[in-house]
Design a protein around this ligand. Structure first.
Ligand SMILES: C[S@@+](CC[C@H](N)C(=O)[O-])C[C@H]1O[C@@H](n2cnc3c(N)ncnc32)[C@H](O)[C@@H]1O
Length: 201
């Protein structure tokens, strides 16, 4: 029995890798999932919506998977934009290591998985994709999003998937009010897919 969250920096639950197959338009990923990391044993429904419905990411530059977990989003970004560098960040060190291993196992070589503080301070991102950690609580989530959205390049866009009953509509309104115009791209199975840009100044 453990009270561990999927966002513990160092999960204490015993590692027990379990490989899942994720069918995407570009092919099938073999992804190792693990205990102590979000979405053990299956691809999250929201993440699936993002992977299937998101518009193409920027073809070059730096892209970000914010809260990478197993790396499903980062690896998909890397496959869709092979000439870009994909930064995959997570506070959970087991997730970072899993993303690294999953990238190699899927022959993807343009993913840099690391803890957030290892991303160079002045880096800007042309695409940010995320299934954000809603369960860290609203104040922490807002702080996290403002930190990383400030790193969107002027023409960049963030694509996020959020569960409707966990506040996707109020998050959309809050982001827009904070200077990040946010529109709904899709809605399915209780999830909303949101697109956020920087307000033109
Ligand atoms: C909802 S999960 C999504 C995981 C993965 N992207 C997926 O789609 O399966 C959110 C992730 O955000 C991570 N996280 C929580 N707080 C974070 C923070 N401050 N910075 C970066 N990642 C964080 C969690 O550890 C978790 O892996």
């Amino acid at each position: 029995m453990t009270n561990e969250h999927y966002f513990s920096p160092q999960p204490t639950s015993a590692s027990q890798p379990y490989v899942i197959r994720v069918a995407l338009p570009e092919g099938t990923l073999n992804l190792s999932t693990d205990r102590g990391v979000f979405s053990y044993g299956a691809l999250d429904t929201g993440t699936r919506l993002l992977l299937l419905k998101a518009p193409p990411p920027a073809p070059t530059g730096n892209l970000l998977d914010l809260g990478c977990g197993t790396g499903a989003i980062a690896i998909t970004l890397a496959l869709r934009s092979p000439n870009a560098t994909v930064w995959a960040v997570d506070v959970n060190e087991r997730a970072v290591e899993l993303t690294r291993q999953n990238a190699v196992a899927n022959q993807v070589h343009n993913v840099r998985a690391c803890v957030p503080q290892d991303v160079p301070e002045d880096m800007l991102f042309d695409s940010i994709w995320s299934n954000p950690p809603i369960h860290i609580g609203k104040p922490a989530l807002h702080e996290l999003l403002l930190h990383w959205l400030a790193k969107l390049s002027p023409s960049g866009a963030a694509i996020m998937v959020v569960q409707k009953h966990l506040g996707s509509d109020s998050l959309q309104a809050w982001l827009t009010a904070r200077g990040y115009p946010t529109e709904r791209l899709a809605s399915a199975k209780g999830f909303r897919l949101l697109r956020t840009t920087r307000a033109s100044r």
